[in-house]
Design a protein around this ligand. Structure first.
Ligand SMILES: Nc1ncnc2c1ncn2[C@@H]1O[C@H](COP(=O)(O)OP(=O)(O)OP(=O)(O)O)[C@@H](O)[C@H]1O
Length: 604
């Protein structure tokens, strides 16, 4: 065995290199690759695992993780370019060298195919729709709370989506993304009717079952408050699907039923929680979209990126700037809204396609949670601490040097008692959404596994239950796998309840209403008194307690903290060391990708 493979095996045994990375290196060497190429394969695979779409070559240290460089960077590059396993764009080689980036073939395909489809959407305007009703006197949007001279971003977002095939509407919790798309859908329907065309087929989707259920719930709630909506009510979508279901992806295959040659039967696809959509899924979605359709992505640019590789929404938003429109778009919006139009100042062609909503209608302007979120987004650690230092009914920052975990566990036990005391399904499902303990990590003393165990044991003791008993009335569970047959998806949460006949069933709220399964029919799952912030994406709870890790860790980023605190609807408590909190606010997530550059290229 070569010295290189020996070192790689040792690093694998020590846990610094993944078994998959070792296998890939071995495959390379057995298929005519040299050691630098095998190393490149390890590093490219690691990059994808870390959430990047590719490996940046110009800043790369060509070394086995944790070791000295294998060879100088220049010689490394020469070795890659001389290998038949490393191709240039369009080649079928396992690795693709494209400008300053190195891709695994599959991810190069996802990125370039997505860029090509988005480029098409950017370049082709849709059939024109009359936007007059978006104006101040159009009666569709309430302008009463917008000061004269200030921009009302909601109708600007709707106008943007009417003028373009690709639109991103980004906004924090309660900024009216659903409120806006509801009015947008109404205009699309009314405009088709006015032209004597059939009603447009609009599909609603989200990356998880939970998020799809919330999307539908909020569309329905908004519809109830939409005046004179009787005529459009039956033409609005009455379901929201997971992206898996929308595209017809099954467990057995990575190839969806809908693709370039069998596009989705839809005129508009609206995707909520789009920050959670990873690069492969976004590429599949864009390819399944028919040529004439609109794609509208709703999300929050400041939230955590997807668990899998890519951060498509954040990348589109970063490339666009914040409400930076071209003079053309500015003029068009100005004609429509007079003084209420948005200021011009586009830095990229994407600027016209991305609108950021700024005013939360859920938190008051002076809500401490909202101000804490804003301070975190701008990286103001001192500002965040100052917000926490104020007396406030909705926020408590319990930051010290140490954490009293026992006290925290007792508080959570009290908070979870209503789950066990619930006597009917709806009360129990409401109680499940009322409170949640969030953690930054899964493992460690402040990780979700440990906290789940501690809370489970204390609750069992308090209720006089054997802690070994796995299933009991009031046990909250989270599904860990997609199960298409059961209609449950990774991250869905439910509660186990006595069925009144001596048995137990686990209840879930889905976009098709509440449904239950026998505990034995559940896909992989775990107890969920505590969950990681990653898993909480797409959910909201009335009260959130966020426990920070006991020491700083690279996992703790500004985006993670922002996502965690914005899960709280009414009350937030942050517990942990102050220094860890501040270090997290300062750390930003960076994901390497060439998507924005490709889109710039395609729009020039
Ligand atoms: N312009 C507005 N005037 C009055 N109420 C509004 C306006 N915009 C939003 N709201 C109300 O604020 C609440 C939150 O709006 P909405 O659900 O559309 O926000 P969202 O951005 O979709 O939230 P989330 O991030 O939770 O998905 C809703 O009750 C909605 O009716």
């Amino acid at each position: 065995m070569s010295r290189f493979m020996e070192r790689l095996r040792e690093r694998t045994a020590a846990g610094h290199v993944q078994p998959l990375e070792l296998a890939l290196a071995d495959w390379c060497l057995r298929h005519g690759g040299t050691e630098p190429v095998a190393l490149a394969m390890v590093l490219a695979s690691r990059a994808v695992n870390d959430g990047h779409s590719c490996l940046r070559l110009d800043t790369l240290e060509p070394a086995i993780p944790g070791e000295a460089p294998l060879l100088p960077a220049e010689a490394f590059m020469e070795a890659l370019d001389a290998s038949p396993l490393v191709g240039t764009p369009g080649d079928a080689a396992p690795l693709i060298h494209d400008g300053p980036r190195l891709y695994l073939q599959r991810y190069w395909q996802y990125e370039t195919r997505l860029a090509a489809r988005l480029g098409h959407l950017l370049a082709q305007p849709p059939e024109p729709v009359d936007t007059a009703r978006l104006a101040r006197d159009g009666g569709l949007f309430d302008y009463s709370w917008v000061d004269p001279g200030e921009t009302h971003w909601q109708p600007v977002a709707a106008a943007t989506a009417l003028r373009h095939r690709l639109t991103v509407i980004s906004g924090g919790p309660g900024t009216g993304k659903t409120y806006t798309v509801l009015r947008l859908m109404r205009l699309l329907i009314e405009s088709a009717a006015a032209q004597g065309s059939p009603a447009p087929v609009i599909r609603l989707a989200a990356p998880t079952g939970k998020a799809a259920a919330r999307m539908l719930e909020s569309v329905r709630a908004g519809l109830d408050r939409l005046p004179d909506a009787e005529a459009v009510r039956t033409l609005l979508p009455d379901r929201a699907d997971t992206l898996h279901r929308l595209l017809g992806l099954t467990q057995a295959s990575t190839q969806p039923r809908h693709h370039r040659d069998n596009p989705l039967p839809a005129d508009a696809v609206i995707v909520d929680e789009a920050s959670m959509v990873d690069l492969p899924m976004m590429a599949k979605l864009a390819e399944a979209l028919p040529d004439h359709a609109r794609l509208i992505l709703l999300g929050d640019r400041y939230q955590l990126a997807s668990v899998e590789s890519g951060s498509v929404l954040a990348e589109l938003c970063d490339a666009a700037g914040v409400n930076a429109f071209s003079t053309d778009q500015h003029r068009a919006l100005g004609e429509l809204m007079g003084d209420d139009a948005a200021p011009a100042g586009a830095t990229s062609a994407l600027g016209d396609h991305v609108v950021t909503l700024r005013t939360s209608h859920r938190f008051h302007a002076d809500s401490a949670i909202g101000r804490l979120a804003a301070a975190i987004n701008t990286g103001e650690g001192d500002g965040a601490l100052a917000v926490g230092a104020e007396e406030s009914p909705d926020l408590e920052l319990r930051l010290g040097t140490t954490v009293d975990v026992d006290h925290l566990v007792e508080q959570m036990v009290a908070a979870y008692l209503p789950l066990e005391q619930a006597t009917d399904r709806d009360t129990a499902l409401d109680a499940l959404e009322a409170v949640r303990l969030l953690t930054a990590t899964r493992v460690g003393p402040a990780g979700s596994e440990h906290l789940n165990q501690r809370i489970h044991e204390r609750l069992a003791a308090r209720q006089g239950r054997d802690p070994q008993q796995r299933w009991y009335h009031g046990r909250p569970v989270m599904v860990l796998q997609n199960d298409y047959r059961a209609g449950l998806f990774n991250g869905d949460t439910g509660v186990c309840l006595a069925d009144g006949a001596g048995g137990l069933r686990v209840w879930f709220r889905t976009s098709e209403g509440a449904r239950s399964l026998l505990p034995s029919a559940l896909p992989g799952h775990e107890t969920v008194y505590a969950m990681t912030i990653h898993k909480s994406q797409g959910s909201e709870f009335t009260r959130v307690t966020l426990l920070l890790p006991e020491a700083d860790t690279p996992v703790l980023t500004r985006e993670l903290l922002y996502t965690g605190i914005t899960r709280a609807r009414e009350q937030l408590t942050v517990v942990g060391p102050a220094a860890v909190f501040q270090a997290g606010i300062e750390r930003r997530t960076h994901r390497e990708s060439g998507l924005a550059e490709r889109l710039r290229g395609s729009s020039e």
